[in-house]
Design a protein around this ligand. Sequence first.
Ligand SMILES: Nc1ncnc2c1ncn2[C@@H]1O[C@H](COP(=O)(O)OP(=O)(O)OP(=O)(O)O)[C@@H](O)[C@H]1O
Length: 292
Amino acid sequence: MILAFQIGFLDISWKDVLDILLVTFLLAQVYKLMKGSVAIKVFVGFLSIYLIYLVVNALQMELLSTILGQFMGVGVLAVIILFQQEIRKFLLLVGRTNIFEEGNLIKNLRFWTQNGKTKRANITPIVEAVKSLAGSNTGALIVLSEDSPLKFYAESGDAMDSLLSKRLLLAIFNKYSPLHDGAVIVHKDRIVAARCILPVTERDVPAQYGLRHRAGLGMSENTETFIIVVSEETGQISAMQNGETMHNISAQELRRQINKYLNEPKELKKEKEKKEKEKEISSEVEVKEEVA
Ligand SMILES: Nc1ncnc2c1ncn2[C@@H]1O[C@H](COP(=O)(O)OP(=O)(O)OP(=O)(O)O)[C@@H](O)[C@H]1O
């Protein structure tokens, strides 16, 4: 074996380096694909347990490594069952994208290096378009995603990758446009796709909510996105985030809420998640106490 270098008692060969690089590339691709959806939290959790399992195994801690080993065995099955839809979409995506096709490898690499550099969304075209659509009772469903282009959901519609503009949004949602059905996904300053299918909420919602509102709410439960719905029936504007609906808001309020969503620092988001978890735990404890 040709040695590359040695770290303490570890002999690292070029094959190991290549192995590590490939695994890193694969994990980063999976992360990029799932970024912004709830699946990523399960993925990171599972990965952490797997890393602990590897360390525990290397340290030959028999009992813990047996328990974690059992968990990993069942866990893989549980993940496959829980995320069968996502896995299916992922495999379809992989099957359809040949990275060695002409220009594809370069495009992928460029996407990698430029991903963080895409300009932030200019919210004026969005607010102006929503105001116009509401004024003419034209139904619309717009998903704003700050973190990721939501490839899984974008795949269900027609890819666009166009610069965001008021006129383009109006053209898409025009009743006679072949693209008006479904949702538009906006990531940073680009319209990623139109005609996308979103997950519909399974919660009990007010009777006046039809499929458009249910899909918006479902999306907000499943992803860290901001969703705007314009009702075709009433022309009212609603916004959804984290499974909560802001019903019948003005264009001004919409602008304020989008700004809040785009400017919310990551730490604040994490703190909010922590508080929600604490709330969940305390309500579970309360229920248990009541039962006892
Ligand atoms: N799962 C979905 N994902 C994305 N868009 C959807 C989905 N389901 C329905 N829609 C969109 O919603 C439209 C139907 O809206 P529907 O009238 O049922 O909703 P609504 O909430 O009552 O809204 P409105 O007030 O506009 O009537 C469809 O034409 C389609 O464009």
